[in-house]
Design a protein around this ligand. Structure first.
Ligand code: EPU
Length: 420
């Protein structure tokens, strides 16, 4: 298994290109199931999760072709020949559940393995299933699989989510696009990735209003057609590299990043003492003086994202004063704490909150990645630490960050991948 070695202590200067958003790309690929025609996605990031969803679509019968030399353009198309999403693929990536709504809407049936446990929380899919049932689906659980059927087309319905769910909003949005009649999704997620999906579905012929708000109204159509869509830049990759500059010092242009997608992240980083400027070509991040402690609580967009919590905690371990970090989305997303502690961080967890007391410097150590965002937080800590940090179990990182070692080395960090 590969590891990443970091020698800390170098400020970062230059430019880091921000790729297409993983969490936008995955539902957009699932949307390829909604039509027989070609859906062409550009600015596709080269990540393990994209390969996994490509494998899943391929076994549903969809041809997934890379149509450029770099592999950043994917062309999806073809008839669905199999409506089963097997455990072997779904267990690798929970986002596989996103094929359920499209398969059911297109084929009237789907058999999708239930995603199992996950490192960051229990992550049930009850909201996806209840919403589809409200649209007329009959759903049973059989041998670890969700078996869903509908006679004729799904029917429009008014669905009020008891909590905001990105995945459930996406699944039902896709299903509703091909349903009979009007669907209203209340308390829908408003993440930029949802807006991106709405724009792509609209380009495919879907009729959606309320885009960007918590109430989406979808007038179902009988069929959708092909389209070409450019995936939005990854706001979590952007936030992660902004934290890298903040923790290591220096000034970096995050090329193609979008300030308007950063939500609370930009404001919190400014509070911590980081200058963030929107430019036509991206976002410039600069650390001028010291770092100050700042409190955050994770919330649905535009609040502070749970996917930035671990990275922000790494930053706060070397800030002046204390900060309180509260995780309100997932119940087990503090696994990076014990690894950061091995590097000299002072963090106490009390239930859903962690108190971080800044220390002058971290010390490099061998540490282990436990999930995707925890992995990137350990790399950030390594950038600020004295001496050598080696992060193992890097396969978590490869699910969601393209070429971290290349991007950070190009701005002056000493980061390399050790191949086993
Ligand atoms: N929830 C339920 N029932 C459901 C669905 C969700 O109780 O049927 C709960 C979850 O357990 C959680 C909360 O609702 O406590 C929010 O979960 P959500 O459904 O919004 O998360 P998701 O769609 O499974 C996506 C991202 C995650 C990101 C979350 C929150 C993708 C592929 N994944 O997950 O990304 O943390 O939204 O923003 O878009 C990551 O990239 O590292 C990652 C984990």
């Amino acid at each position: 298994m590969d590891r990443i070695r970091i020698i800390g202590g170098r400020p970062l200067h230059g430019e880091i290109p921000i790729g297409g958003a993983k969490n936008a790309a995955l539902p957009l690929m699932a949307a390829g199931l909604l039509t027989d025609e070609r859906l062409v996605l550009t600015r596709v990031p080269r990540l393990a999760d994209i390969v996994t969803l490509g494998d899943l679509l391929a076994q549903h019968g969809i041809a997934v072709e890379k149509t450029d030399a770099e592999g950043r353009v994917l062309s999806l198309g073809g008839a669905i020949t199999n409506t089963e999403a097997p455990y072997d693929i779904v267990r690798k990536m929970r986002a596989s559940i996103l094929v359920l709504g499209p398969l059911l809407a297109r084929c009237g049936e789907a058999r999708v393995s239930l995603p199992g446990g996950c490192a960051i929380g229990t992550r049930p899919v009850d909201l996806h299933l209840k919403g589809l049932e409200q649209m007329g689906a009959l759903i049973e659980l059989e041998g670890g699989y969700v078996v869903a059927k509908v006679r004729g087309r799904l029917k429009g319905a008014t669905i009020i989510f008891p909590m905001v769910s990105v995945g459930a909003t996406e699944n039902l949005l896709m299903a509703a696009s091909l349903a009979d009649g009007q669907t209203v999704l209340r308390n829908a997620a408003r993440e930029p990735e949802i807006i991106d999906l709405c724009h792509c579905l609209t380009a495919m012929g879907a009729r959606i209003s309320g885009i960007g708000t918590g109430e989406l109204v979808i007038e179902g159509v009988e069929r959708l057609h092909g389209a070409t869509h450019a995936i939005i830049p990854d706001r979590i990759e952007t936030g992660t590299y902004a934290c890298a500059v903040a923790i290591a010092g220096g000034e970096v242009l995050l090329r193609d990043a979008r300030m308007d997608h950063l939500g609370a992240v930009a404001r919190v980083l400014e509070e911590a003492g980081i200058a963030i400027t929107e430019l036509p070509e991206g976002v410039r991040v600069q650390r001028r003086n010291g770092l100050h402690g700042a409190d955050v609580m994770t919330e649905p967009y535009p609040g502070f994202p749970t996917d930035m919590q671990a990275q922000f905690m790494a930053l706060m371990t070397v800030a002046d004063g204390a900060s309180m970090i509260t995780e309100s989305i997932f119940e087990n997303r503090f696994m990076h704490v014990s690894e950061l502690t091995r590097m000299g961080a002072r963090v106490n967890v009390h239930g859903a909150s962690a108190i971080v007391r800044g220390v002058p410097q971290l010390a490099g150590a061998p540490v282990m990645a436990t999930d995707l965002r925890a992995s990137s937080s350990l790399i950030l800590a390594g950038l600020a630490a004295r001496g050598e940090t080696v992060v193992s179990r890097v396969y978590h990182l490869d699910r969601g960050y393209e070429d971290v070692e290349g991007k950070l080395s190009a701005v002056g960090a000493r980061v390399e991948r050790l191949k086993d």
